[in-house]
Design a protein around this ligand. Structure first.
Ligand SMILES: C[S@@+](CC[C@H](N)C(=O)[O-])C[C@H]1O[C@@H](n2cnc3c(N)ncnc32)[C@H](O)[C@@H]1O
Length: 260
């Protein structure tokens, strides 16, 4: 297992999936990114269409959208997350969905096998996505933006994509990667939102669930954590500023390719 998969397996074993019981009140001035993602992916579905979700984790996001598809497969590198996914699938009673332990870089799927590839805060392997999609098929990617939890990372002096706020927007890098692999980018949409944790303990729990602060340790990081909480405490709770984005792209049809 890679370090990444080990982290997510620990999360699945501790919390029973890709979530925690951290309590927060969230404010979405740009709309909810997860709801927008589900809407886009559902709209691309059809009774004969095949969906591949890479980095599916506990599978709950795939299970929400898969009724719009004839067949759906979720892949992940974390066996513990996939065990949770199998449990959620059984609870949902959906037989046309499979979950497999598989690296998104080497899916082993035939060329042009699927109609839609999704990655929701999962890996982006543009060339493999292009290979497994049929001409005219779409990729929908949800990523974490360069401003995500910036004040928290600045306080800790480390974190996921630390310092990327000084570089090119991460959504543009994703769009560029997809273009370089031959896709036509059709959407690049930012979502800024605020989470207000009901107590410092809720924020602490959340930081164990996500890789925002790498190797987060409640004891070793106590000083930075307390400084952040002091600076970020509001009437509504402990504020965490989030930044996600959705990039959608299409694989050209054979006719479009021959003209380009
Ligand atoms: C942030 S979680 C996203 C979970 C889920 N898509 C969601 O939004 O709730 C990222 C997931 O990607 C998986 N992952 C990372 N690299 C991968 C790879 N190369 N192939 C397959 N899965 C991978 C991790 O194991 C983890 O479960």
């Amino acid at each position: 297992m890679t370090m990444d998969a080990e982290f997510y397996s620990r999360v699945a074993e501790r919390f029973g999936g890709y979530f925690s019981d951290a309590r927060s009140t969230d404010v979405f001035p740009d709309g909810r990114p997860d709801a927008a993602f589900d809407e886009l992916v559902t709209a691309l579905g059809a009774p004969q269409a095949r969906l591949l979700d890479v980095g599916c984790a506990d599978g709950r996001s795939l299970l929400r959208v898969c009724p719009a598809y004839g067949a759906a497969t979720g892949i992940d590198l974390s066996p513990s997350m996939l065990e949770c996914a199998a449990r959620y699938r059984a609870e949902a009673g959906l037989a046309h969905v499979t979950f497999e332990l598989c690296d998104a870089a080497h899916t082993g799927l035939p060329d042009g096998d699927v109609d839609v590839v999704t990655s929701r805060r999962g890996p982006l392997i543009a060339q493999e996505f292009e290979r497994v999609l049929r001409p005219g098929g779409a990729v929908v990617y949800m990523g974490i933006g360069e401003q995500d939890a910036r004040e928290l990372k600045e306080t800790f002096g480390r974190g996921q994509d630390f310092d990327s706020w000084n570089g090119r927007p991460l959504s543009e890098e994703v769009a560029q990667e997809l273009s370089d692999a031959g896709f036509v980018v059709t959407r690049n949409q930012a979502f800024r939102f605020e989470e207000f944790y009901h107590s410092p303990g809720d924020l602490d729990t959340f930081l164990h669930q996500v890789p925002i602060i790498d190797n987060y340790d409640s004891a070793a990081d106590e000083e930075a954590f307390d400084r952040y909480v002091t600076a970020a405490t509001t009437d509504q709770g402990v504020r965490l500023s989030r930044h996600w984005f959705i990039v959608q792209a299409q694989k050209p049809t054979a006719v479009e390719s021959s003209h380009s």
